[in-house]
Design a protein around this ligand. Structure first.
Ligand SMILES: *Cc1c(COP(=O)(O)O)cnc(C)c1O
Length: 391
């Protein structure tokens, strides 16, 4: 059996009779950039995320940039970012000329650890980026309390968290501004690049709208600095069709996560993702961790699964503070042990709405089979308990 990490073709086949006419409509109207398909999508996506304004953009990275740009973040400012996230979260700060300041993640949610934020705050700190990683919201109440105490802004990176909820409310409107990605592999994916910024603040929405289109509301009247961060009409049309299904696809992901949980919970060699009591997790990724804390175990398991036709992923093998591009910031190995441990021992299992029961059962039995083999061939591995579940 083959289990791809992600299967975009099965989903495309299920909706292509709506996608093709929607794209054709954009072509016939030659509405290649922005246009009705995009504005309709903006309206509907804002409603879905329970937020007042949505500005569609070219990518999640564009969104990360505009979120901080619209707040006036610039050179000399520091922005607090989790060490365990995709690099694009940090580009939001660096593209503004600001400095990213990293904070370790929690061992259960894998999101930024609110208890470690205060130690990273300086007189230059302006904002905290709450990333809802893997589809699980960060602890926004705890983060907001810190922000209020220190007079900081909070923004969200929702690239992996469409439809996710924090204490019953959808993410994207729970901070000053938020960004989403519609990269094809995200929970809501375009057929090319795409992203959005959402906010409840009309003035900030207007500012993002202007930045997106060369700092102008009226053509050739450039009131502020800007960029070309517009969304293509075709992407708006594709996303408009897909919006009708995102509720079902999200439920399917959650259901698949539950099936993985039931099938894997007896394997003590792995640690399953924890769903926080305040969160509705939307499982962009289903990341397991090796209980023995060893990179060798993770890599051998990935190879073993690969040989059985099962593709897996790593999110993220090198935390941001250890990336070459941030060498000048002076971080070193050991600074953020929880993120570093996750980078060494985390393994993302296949996760998408269309995963079948057979595929889930096959992945689970293959993982069980792997640990049975290493136990029978290397009894000493089984006996090691130091470091189990610790960082
Ligand atoms: C994907 C992603 C982004 C960037 O989105 P793009 O659309 O690929 O530019 C930003 N932040 C996180 C957490 C992501 O996963």
């Amino acid at each position: 059996m083959k289990v791809p990490f992600l299967d975009l073709k099965t989903q495309y086949d299920s909706i292509k009779n709506e996608i093709i006419p929607a794209i054709n409509n954009v072509l016939e109207n030659t509405a290649f950039v922005l246009g009705k398909a995009v504005t309709d999508f903006e309206t509907n996506f804002a409603a879905l995320q329970q937020v007042k304004y949505c500005v569609a953009t070219g990518s999640g990275t564009d969104g990360n940039h505009m979120v901080l740009w619209s707040l006036g973040i610039g050179p000399g400012d520091e922005v607090i970012i989790p060490a365990n996230t995709f690099i694009a979260t940090a580009w939001g700060a660096t593209l503004c000329g600001a400095t990213p300041v990293f904070v370790d993640c929690e061992p259960d949610s894998y999101n930024i650890d609110p208890e470690k934020i205060e130690a990273a705050i300086t007189s230059k700190t302006k904002a905290i980026v709450a990333v809802h990683l893997y589809g699980q919201p960060a602890d926004l109440d705890a983060i907001n309390q810190i922000a209020i105490r220190h007079n900081l802004l909070v923004v969200e990176d929702c690239a992996q968290a469409h439809m996710a909820e924090y204490k019953g409310k959808r993410v994207g409107g729970l901070s000053t501004l938020a960004s989403f990605s519609f990269y094809p592999g995200k929970n809501l994916g375009a057929y090319g690049e795409g992203g959005a910024v959402t906010t409840n603040d009309p003035l900030l929405a207007k500012k993002v709208l202007m930045i997106r289109d060369h700092g102008a509301v009226n053509k050739y009247h450039h009131e502020i600095y800007g960029h070309n961060y517009r969304m293509d009409g075709i992407q708006g049309a594709v996303l408009g069709v897909k919006l009708k299904y995102i509720e079902n696809w999200t439920a399917a992901r959650r259901n698949n996560a539950l099936k993985y949980r039931n099938a894997l919970e007896g394997i003590s060699d792995i640690i399953l993702p924890v769903e926080m009591n305040y969160a509705k997790h939307v499982y962009h990724l289903f990341v397991i961790r090796m209980a023995d804390g060893k990179i060798e175990t993770r890599d051998r398991l990935a190879d073993f699964l690969n040989d059985k036709g099962i593709s897996t992923g790593l999110h993220y093998p090198i935390p941001l503070h250890l990336q070459e591009c941030f060498k000048h910031l002076g971080y070193k190995k050991g600074d953020f042990p929880v993120s570093e441990n996750l980078g060494r021992t985390g393994l993302s299992l296949p996760m998408f709405a269309e995963l079948t029961d057979d595929q889930i059962a096959y992945v689970a039995s293959s993982i069980a089979g792997f640990f049975n083999i290493i136990k029978s061939t290397e009894p000493e591995v089984h006996g090691i308990s130091s470091g189990v579940g610790t960082f």
